[in-house]
Design a protein around this ligand. Structure first.
Ligand code: ADP
Ligand code: ZN
Length: 769
């Protein structure tokens, strides 16, 4: 432990300013939190960065709250609150020596064979471009450069992107003599809103002069806009001018009144799928902006919800800053700075956007608040939805949690009167919710039952679209040995390997990424006959070729959409009706709004019910309701076919399900009727991990005996007993409220000291496998 002294000459040591301090032989960037009692060695800070504090008091306060609640040290917690790429670090900086400069100028180098490469490296070094370690040490050995350790700061300027946009009403009519320009214009017309010029050039590599010509003819508009919003994938399809429904207006009235009151007011916007929640978010945010207040809108994953993000861009333009992983590091930092400097008053982003330095927060929206992706599963294990409530409370702002399938935690808060519920009970324009039919699937059936197959044919014959949902990627879920029955497993994890066919036949571990060629023999008995068990999305694609041979099919899962923009591209093609059927994992269940979809098929509705997680049923019902909600969102009604092994296990009414599930949770005393702390022990040696788990459990039971109002469940091996070579044991601590869990966590942290065994604490855990 060190304490750092900030000499007066360095500047004002305001809380939230970054400071460069020595740490060992390196320097590190830290953040000034305030005065401290000296502990351990006192060292001198090197310099203060930033003219103004990077994190304002509000964010520092939120970080402190989160670090305490989620049991993380403050340092990593502060890091989690800043965009990556702001750190100032030491790096090896090359400088040309006299010899190096001469070599570059005269071209005289001693080793003619490598002259070209060396000259290139030297030129790069002279311009400050990045060079690999081996190249640098080679150049320095030859005396052409000297290396010194210096501080490098990330270079962040305004990050602008050139965009092109068809002028509304433009037509290709007058371009009969300029077919290339007509082509580009038609492409722009097919996309609504501005498109990064880079993307146009991907589609038409030589289009630059055509774009200029189109701009001169006033058929297209060229512009420079901040990178973040410009990179939002395709803008919304379809017009957004609506007369609000009475329920939408009523919900908006309550929210705007609460915004005007400038005190903490949390809402649950419980609206069925297709009820127009987005309109309420946008209008409420517009109201807050009209009062000079800032807004935060959290979405589960921007890449999967390009429509929603696009609506923000269409409505608010450059007042929106976007924070998500599809941006490069400098773009993210630039977006973040637009927020900090007040140039953007609205932030749209995934969970880490909860830390965005929005000034004068008036409203925080959390769309699809039930999504598990709001929970961060490493470093600071926070839940962004819960933090949104905390942040709104601290800022005296309004929080709006929106969902068609609210989490039981949120429903319980509403029951207790801690949240006000606003309902949108009907779809817009009185469109019916899709009709649901459950089909009994026998174990011997193919993934696509004959009933579903004929429904698909009818749908395609009418020129409509379908979505098929199966929450398992890959082709075959497991290979079983025909003689001994063992599954071919991962060498590092206690799960079966999944067979993938697209992109070359491979067995893959979905936990650690281990890959091997298929066709292996059984590790247990050496048997060579391996039988396939269970299909995934790739297999569905394959079966569709037999069922509907002429259909245009695409797959949307983490394999098909691994790169940035790939998911958005597939979704945009589906939206433009270049595809008939979209097959996918939960990625297809997000808030997509495709008017052409009239059939949704759920291939394995009850499979995931069997996971050993107390939220398995809730998650299953949420996915089912969400994916069903993709059907019949325009004028043609939709229907949903649900295949299940046990049809009566599939409840079809979320509200009824939630009521029953709440009673069950209350009986079992699980959240939301109790608080949990998951305590996990990880290590390479099974006996050590087990021993540590037993000692921790005994210590926890000791606390109970000492009067702490908490219960200890376990220890036991985690359901996934081994992941990435680490054995895993866990126990759960349960209490009616958080304080006993916080006290126990601190005691356990202090008492744990088994070498080679890591202790991981997860407050309010979501992942229990
Ligand atoms: P949700 O998020 O509740 O599922 P959306 O906000 O995506 O629903 O809205 C569903 C569709 O209805 C969108 O295409 C939206 O443009 C449209 N919409 C929203 N409000 C209205 C309205 N008042 N009248 C007609 N259409 C509307
Ligand atoms: Zn593995």
């Amino acid at each position: 432990m060190f304490t750092y002294r900030i000499a007066r000459e360095l500047g004002a040591a305001e809380a939230g300013r970054r400071v460069v301090v020595p740490l060992g032989r390196r320097t590190e960037t830290g953040i000034v939190l305030g005065p401290a009692e000296p502990q351990g060695e006192v060292r001198d800070a090197v310099r203060l960065l930033d003219d103004a504090p990077l994190l304002n008091g509000e964010i520092v306060g939120l970080v402190r709250w989160a670090a305490a609640h989620y049991l993380a040290p403050l340092g990593p917690a502060l890091k989690a609150a800043l965009p990556p790429g702001l750190d100032v670090r030491d790096a090896l900086v090359p400088r040309l020596t006299e010899a190096g400069r001469a070599a570059l100028e005269t071209g005289q180098l001693d080793l003619p064979g490598q002259e070209q490469a060396l000259r290139r490296a030297l030129r790069k070094a002279a311009s400050g471009a990045k060079l690999g370690r081996p190249v640098l040490s080679d150049l320095s050995r030859r005396g052409l450069i000297v290396l010194s350790r210096e501080e490098v700061r990330p270079r962040v300027g305004a990050q602008l992107v050139e965009t092109a946009e068809a002028v509304p009403g433009a037509s290709t009519e007058e371009l009969r003599r300029a077919p290339r320009q007509a082509e580009v214009l038609a492409w722009l017309l097919a996309r609504s809103g501005p498109v990064p010029v880079e993307e146009v050039l991907v589609a038409f590599p030589r289009a630059r002069p055509h774009l200029r010509a189109l701009a001169e003819r006033k058929l297209a508009k060229l512009d420079q806009v901040p990178a973040g919003p410009a990179r939002l994938a395709d803008a919304p399809w379809g017009s957004q001018e609506h007369t609000p429904t009475p329920a939408q207006s009523a919900a908006l009235r309550e929210i705007t009144a609460a915004i005007d009151a400038r005190s903490f007011a949390p809402f649950l916007l419980h609206g069925v799928t297709g009820s127009g929640k987005t309109w309420v978010y946008l209008e409420a945010i517009a109201h807050a902006r009209g009062r000079g207040l800032g807004a935060l809108a959290l979405v589960p994953e921007i890449a999967l919800t390009p429509q929603l993000a696009g609506r923000f861009r269409a409505r608010f333009g450059a007042d929106v800053a976007v924070l998500h992983s599809g941006l490069s590091e400098p773009e993210r930092v630039a977006e973040w700075q637009r927020v900090r400097d007040g140039r953007a008053g609205i932030v749209v982003g995934a969970r880490s956007a909860i830390w965005a330095p929005v000034a004068r927060l008036g409203i925080a929206v959390v769309d699809e608040e039930h999504e598990p992706s709001y929970k961060q599963e490493d470093r600071l294990r926070y839940h962004a939805r819960d933090l949104a409530l905390v942040r709104a409370q601290r800022a005296a702002a309004v929080a709006v949690l929106g969902s068609a399938t609210p989490s039981l935690e949120t429903l319980r808060r509403a029951q207790e009167g801690k949240l006000r519920t606003l309902r949108l009970p009907e779809r817009v324009e009185a469109r019916p919710l899709p009709a649901l039919t459950v089909i009994r699937r026998r174990v011997s059936d193919e993934l696509i039952t004959p009933e579903l197959a004929s429904a698909l044919r009818e749908t395609l014959a009418r020129g409509e679209q379908a979505i098929l949902f199966l929450n398992r990627r890959g082709h075959t879920r497991a290979l079983l040995c025909a003689s001994c029955g063992a599954a071919v497993g991962c060498p590092n994890c206690s799960v079966a390997l999944v067979l993938h066919r697209s992109g070359g036949e491979r067995l893959r571990c979905h936990l650690c990424g281990h890959e091997e060629r298929s066709g292996r023999s059984c590790a247990a008995c050496g048997g060579t006959k391996l039988a396939p068990l269970g299909g995934g999305t790739e297999k569905v694609e394959e079966q569709l070729e037999a069922v509907v041979p002429r259909a245009r099919v695409a797959r949307l899962d983490r394999d098909a959409a691994s790169g940035p923009g790939q998911a958005a591209t597939i979704l945009a093609r589906f939206a433009r009706r270049e595809l008939d059927i979209l097959v996918g994992t939960q990625m297809v269940a997000k808030g997509h709004d495709f008017p052409g979809v009239t059939l949704v098929g759920v291939l394995d509705a009850d499979g995931p019910l069997h996971l050993p997680d107390f939220r398995a049923a809730e998650r299953c019902m949420q996915l089912l309701t969400q994916v069903a909600g993709r059907a019949g969102r325009a004028s043609s009604p939709g229907r949903v076919l649900v295949q299940a092994f046990k049809p009566d296990a599939v409840a079809l009414d979320y509200d009824a399900f939630a009521a029953a599930e709440l009673r069950r949770r209350e009986e079992l005393r699980f959240p939301p009727f109790a608080r949990l702390l998951s305590v996990r022990l990880l290590g390479n040696s099974e006996p050590r991990v087990r021993g540590a788990a037993e000692r921790i459990a005994a210590r926890a039971r000791g606390l109970t005996a000492g009067g702490e109002a908490l219960e200890v469940l376990g220890p036991a091996p985690a359901p996934l007993a081994r992941v990435r070579g680490k054995h895993r044991w866990q126990l759960l601590l349960r209490a009616a409220e958080h304080p006993p869990l916080h006290r126990a966590a601190r005691a356990l942290q202090a008492s744990h000291s088994v070498a080679g065994v890591q202790l991981v604490l997860d407050m309010d855990p979501v992942a229990l496998l």
